[in-house]
Design a protein around this ligand. Sequence first.
Ligand SMILES: NC(=O)c1ccc[n+]([C@@H]2O[C@H](COP(=O)([O-])OP(=O)(O)OC[C@H]3O[C@@H](n4cnc5c(N)ncnc54)[C@H](O)[C@@H]3O)[C@@H](O)[C@H]2O)c1
Length: 257
Amino acid sequence: MRLKDRVAIITGAGNGMGAADALLFAKEGAKVVINDIRQENADEIAKQIQDAGGEAFVSTADVTKPEDVEAMVAETVDKWGKVDILVSNAGWDQLMPFLHTTNDFWDKIFNLNLIGHMNVIKAVLPGMMKNKYGKIVTIGSDAGRTGNPMEAPYSAAKGGVIAFTKTIAREFGRANITANCVCPGITEGTRLSKEMVEDIPDKEKAQKMKATVAKVTPMGRLATPEDVAGAVLFFASDDSRFVTGQVLSTSGGLCTP
Ligand SMILES: NC(=O)c1ccc[n+]([C@@H]2O[C@H](COP(=O)([O-])OP(=O)(O)OC[C@H]3O[C@@H](n4cnc5c(N)ncnc54)[C@H](O)[C@@H]3O)[C@@H](O)[C@H]2O)c1
């Protein structure tokens, strides 16, 4: 078990990739805080972990609200004594031509996809520094590395997440805290891919979009949340103990450095 007795907070863990991370981490022995603003989904993931004999509790903290996030970290320390691992995963986007976007939309995208990460990381760092141990994994996006049409504000925020993660790695390495960023490409079974591809009314168009992505992907298919979870586990475990400030794409070779 690679995470035995470790305490992990995973944001946005009620669905998609965060849920896959939570289930894998619990199998690897971690106690997991299932954070999500959608309580029903988070409860379901916590139940799956508990039914399998693992330990989990739900926090409905909104990562865009510093006071919520601080309360979640305090509750975790109160229950389990520490936070060893943070997977800062919660995120969202809506495809939109840049010229149709508004300042309100930019605020919404930046608040969740950049400031949300900063809130959670700021809240866990003091405890990690005190314990001289911390594994921080941010979930970026290949959009933040290469840019992506129809995702201008999101790409900008994710580019910010990458730069922020590298900075945390450099500033806190001496406290034995690592910070690394996993960058997924389009990943099936997530709310984002359902909203943007799988559930669009034009089924033929959706099939075509998926087939096109699979065709240009060297590994010939779209990712699943479980494909991404293995990379997150690597950065969350001591297998990556001397790896920090790194960015890893989980897009089946679509995006190479
Ligand atoms: N799905 C993709 O194709 C894809 C591609 C690249 C990057 N990403 C990134 O991967 C991460 C996970 O995305 P996903 O596709 O699994 O998403 P998802 O929508 O399936 O799950 C994200 C979860 O975050 C929760 N959430 C939203 N706002 C929150 C908030 N303020 N506080 C706490 N929880 C909140 C949602 O309720 C949801 O359950 C995100 O950072 C996303 O930007 C996704």
